[in-house]
Design a protein around this ligand. Structure first.
Ligand SMILES: CSC[C@H]1O[C@H](OP(=O)(O)O)[C@H](O)[C@@H]1O
Length: 350
């Protein structure tokens, strides 16, 4: 297996979308080959593919499959609109899903013929995958400058090659810091209940040969109190216009801990994750996932049958707890609302 920053969890082969099934990692490396947009939407819902940018890329390819399927119908535009709604319904929080799907739909609707639409939407999906990797490498270089020359960096969930088109967002910043010669030791939150940290981030860092310790989520405060953590860096699923950040459940508590211990708290995300139509984090829909994810750990029941469960998959960190937001166009701080808008102006259609 190549090193983690060459891992590609998403591939297009012979007219099918190939997804590395992240539910099976790290024990098994199983690829699913999907030729139907409905199967891709279900793969997003079941977290075969997960991570905001990766979800957006998978959705873009799902639209390419849908465009090809409807191309033989006179009412292909209406059918494609319905397919887009089905794809967007897969998960509610990561804005990249709706952003990528709507962008593909608009591209198709603006085409003169259905054949032009099919070709343009597939090419746009390829471009999105290619550009995401390049954006992550730029983001990495910007963010690496903020990391200490030596010390501990704590991260939450998985924000690496598995959550993106490749290289990663927060994990991309860590990779860039290590590549720049910084002497970093990484603390990886296991990230209950789905264990993205224990199963996915640990798998990626082990392949990179980057030094790290895996820790229980509840150990983060102790590690900060012991002065082992000098920076915290996480990803994002949706960033509101004022800089409030929706990310994996447990992120908000890390931000509060970081402020208490006077540790910088960074968020790394592409500008496509910023929802400028969302004024603040109050309006962000938080996905509630199946109760079995909490009742079980590693596939084994840990709670008595029938216990009531709350399983919010994300929480919202207020902008005033965030030191800076690192994007592919630069670092947004200190007033996040104005800084995010400045970075987005002129660089992308939002
Ligand atoms: C690079 S964004 C990754 C982002 O997505 C994760 O959520 P999930 O695994 O449920 O898709 C988590 O919030 C990460 O920060």
């Amino acid at each position: 297996m190549s090193s983690a920053d060459q891992i590609r969890a998403i591939r297009w082969e012979e007219g099918q979308l190939c997804l590395l099934d992240q539910r099976q990692l790290p024990q098994r490396e199983i690829w699913l080959k999907l030729g139907d947009y409905r199967a891709v939407a279900e793969a997003i819902r079941q977290m075969v593919v997960r991570g905001a940018p990766a979800i957006g890329i998978a959705a873009a390819y799902a639209m390419a499959l849908a465009a090809s399927e409807v191309s033989t119908h006179a009412d292909w535009r209406a059918r494609l609109r319905r397919a887009a709604e089905e794809i967007k319904a897969a998960r509610p929080t990561a804005v990249n899903l709706a952003w990528a799907t709507d962008r593909q739909l608009a591209l198709a609707q603006s085409a003169s013929t259905v054949n032009q639409a099919v070709a343009a939407v597939l090419q746009a999906a390829h471009d999105l995958l290619r550009d995401d990797i390049a954006d992550n490498q730029r983001m990495g270089r910007y963010g690496a400058e903020l990391l200490p020359a030596e010390g501990g960096v704590l991260t939450h969930c998985n924000t690496g090659s598995l959550a993106t088109g490749g290289y990663g967002t927060a994990l991309g910043v860590i990779r860039a810091g290590i590549s720049a010669g910084k002497q970093l030791h990484i603390y990886v939150d296991e990230t209950r209940p789905w264990l993205q940290g224990a199963r996915l981030t640990a798998w990626e860092l082990q392949r990179d040969g980057i030094p790290f310790h895996l820790n229980a989520d509840s150990a983060a405060a102790h590690l900060m109190q012991q002065r082992l953590v000098h920076a915290v860096i996480v990803g994002a699923d949706r960033i509101a216009a004022n800089g409030d950040v929706a990310n994996k459940i447990g992120t908000y508590s890390l931000a509060v801990l970081a402020q208490y211990h006077r540790i910088p708290f960074y968020v790394a995300a592409p500008l496509s994750t910023v929802d400028f139509a969302m004024p603040d984090g109050d309006g962000i829909v938080i996905e509630e996932r199946p109760v079995a994810e909490v009742r079980q750990c590693g596939g084994h029941a840990v709670a008595p049958e029938g216990v009531e469960v709350r399983n919010p998959a994300f929480d919202v960190t207020p902008a005033d707890l965030i030191t800076a937001i690192i994007t592919e166009r630069g670092v947004a701080y200190p007033e996040l609302r104005a800084a995010l808008r400045a970075l987005a102006e002129g660089h992308m259609q939002v």
